[in-house]
Design a protein around this ligand. Structure first.
Ligand code: FES
Length: 572
């Protein structure tokens, strides 16, 4: 039998998913012919294929190292006798997207899913890192369900300013707050701007990108020990090569995302999210990823786990350290080992080993200043808590590990901003009627709002209060907050104002009661008055009439469903 004939009988490599011309042999002949125009030999064309998702982009500073990583993945694939082929998808650079990167996460997930499914490959390596890219890739891969390994680009190194370590982006916010309050002048903030993000890689703290890298490793979808390797470290390239080398074995073992993303592994990922003091975005993204496999994450379950999962990691914005410290302190292996009595150890990983088998290896050095033991945690309970009440019947999220505990049991007067524009116009007005013990409320910034749930929940302290020394206030919104931010900030209020949620009915002067011990968020206005307000609320703004914005507005789900598109979620 000729080599060509052998290949046509084998639904691997280039013979997978043939283009439909009504004649399969012709389709394969044509494909091979066009592939040969790229210089491939017959021997290469017969190899199994590892697709590599290449997310390099001039609009994504965090992914500046992706081309080198892709080359290293290719080396690994070639070592094991595969054919590596990289292909582009959308790349989402967090700070370059308008109105907000979240709006394009679902688009990137569709791009990723469809290109994995449409093109011939036996396994896929996802190269991503910046905030929304890893969630998008894992959502897409979970739906496509081809053997998959995630490779993250790794975190940035810290910079220095006048002897102080700086890392994007917790320090970005700290210095900006100081600048607004007049403690830092214009020349200083300009110098700081040049030292916050000084290398390639993702934000240097336990923000959303790092949280999602750790979640991907916990789900078993990365090689062990690779989540926290800095972007510029040679180990990052070695991890890329090893990922490429592993990909065909992962395919041979049939380790598809549906075997790795299970109720148990999702629960493990929730434990890790809580123990990290991880990003509030982490719960949104994990819910969306799990939703692609029909796995629900009730926020009540988040609370149960949070009450029994200590914060063990001392990284900003919850603590003091940076991701490079986490890596040298022992990284995810050390954290998972500490959490192991709370984890489902029978979950599979991309290597074919279970989580328990992975953790059976010798523990190695652990820096207890960064990764604590369970018996001496940084916080006794988990970093996130869900709140419920008449202001958030579907739940809201507070990152208690990054909040001011003195505000945890508070009743305060609402100061309301009806939109992002209203917030920008009035927050610094001299005549704004606001006091330090008031509660700032931002409306109409949820998933279905025109702004698409931006990271605007970190409402600035009004300038006149900031200048008077106020550093934290209770802030409530239906939008999100950067994983690098801190403060007593209630987010993801569900349902959002744009769908008629009670947050849209709050008026200036209303009393709101926040109780972390009761996990409650109440608007102290009686039901009759709320109903009257509901009936007199002006018509909501018109939805977009075309294109992706219309698709988004028509189909995005609420925060408690992960803000995925309803038609992309798997049925449970
Ligand atoms: Fe890319 Fe922070 S901007 S991870």
């Amino acid at each position: 039998m000729s080599d060509d004939k052998k290949l046509s009988n084998n639904a691997k490599g280039f013979s997978r998913g043939l283009t439909n011309y009504g004649d399969k042999d012709f389709s394969l002949y044509l494909r091979r012919s066009f592939a040969k125009s790229m210089g491939y030999s017959n021997e290469m064309l017969e190899r199994p294929i590892v697709g590599i998702v290449n997310t390099a982009s001039g609009y994504n500073n965090c992914h500046r190292g992706v081309p080198e990583l892709v080359e290293a993945v290719k080396r690994g694939v070639l070592i094991r006798g595969g054919l590596p082929i990289d292909f582009p998808t959308i790349s989402l650079g967090e700070v370059f997207l308008n109105p907000t990167s979240l709006m394009f996460r679902n688009l990137m997930s569709m791009d990723t899913e469809e290109m994995i499914r449409a093109q011939p490959m036996d396994a896929v390596v996802l190269v991503g890192g910046c905030d929304k890219t890893v969630p998008a890739q894992l959502m897409g891969a979970a739906s496509a369900d081809l053997p998959t390994i995630q490779l993250v680009v790794g975190p940035m190194m810290t910079g220095r300013y006048e002897g102080a370590r700086l890392g994007a982006c917790t320090d970005c916010r700290r210095f900006w707050a100081d600048y607004r309050a007049g403690r830092v002048d214009t020349a200083q903030i300009s110098a700081i701007e040049g030292n916050l993000a000084t290398t390639m890689g993702t934000c240097a703290v336990m923000g959303t990108a790092s949280t999602m890298a750790c979640i991907a490793e916990t789900l078993g979808l990365t090689l062990p020990g690779t989540a926290a390797i800095p972007a510029v470290h040679a180990d990052r390239l070695r991890a890329a090569e090893a990922t490429g080398a592993q990909a065909l074995e992962t395919a041979r073992l049939g380790l598809t995302p549906s075997r790795l993303i299970t109720e148990k592994s999702v629960e493990n990922a929730l434990r890790v999210l809580l123990a990290l003091g991880g990003s509030t975005n982490g719960i949104l993204h994990l819910t969306a990823i799990a939703g692609r496999r029909g796995i629900a994450i009730p926020l009540q379950r988040l609370n149960e786990l949070s009450d029994s999962t200590p914060v063990l990691i001392n990284l900003k914005p919850t603590g003091d350290g940076y991701m490079e410290d986490f890596h040298s302190a022992g990284g995810m292996g050390a954290l998972l080992r500490e959490l192991s009595p709370l984890l489902h150890l029978d979950c599979l990983t991309v290597t074919g080993a279970t989580l328990g088998e992975r953790l059976a290896a010798a523990p190695g050095y652990v820096d207890r200043a960064i990764i604590r033991g369970r018996e001496e945690p940084f916080e006794a309970v988990g970093g996130l808590v869900a709140l419920f009440g008449n202001l958030a019947p579907g739940g809201a999220i507070l990152k208690r590990s990054a909040a001011d505990a003195s505000l945890f049991e508070t009743t305060g007067r609402a100061v309301v901003f009806t939109s992002l524009e209203d917030l920008a116009d009035r927050i610094d007005a001299e005549d704004l009627d606001v006091k330090a013990d008031d509660i700032l409320v931002l409306q109409n910034a949820g998933p279905k709002s025109p702004s698409g749930m931006p990271e605007a929940g970190y409402i600035p302290i009004p300038k006149k209060l900031a200048q008077a020394g106020v550093k934290d206030m209770i802030r409530i919104s239906d939008c999100r907050m950067s994983g690098t931010a801190f403060g007593t900030i209630v987010l993801h209020v569900t349902p959002e104002a744009a769908t008629g949620g009670a947050i849209g009915l709050v008026q200036n002067g209303d009393e709101i009661r926040l109780s972390i011990s009761n996990k409650s968020l109440e608007l102290l206005v009686d039901d009759t008055e709320l109903e009257r307000r509901r009936l007199s609320t002006p018509a909501r703004p018109a939805r977009p009439s075309r294109g992706y914005a219309k698709l988004y507005a028509d189909h995005v789900t609420q925060a408690d469903q992960g803000a995925d598109f309803d038609f992309l979620m798997a049925s449970e």
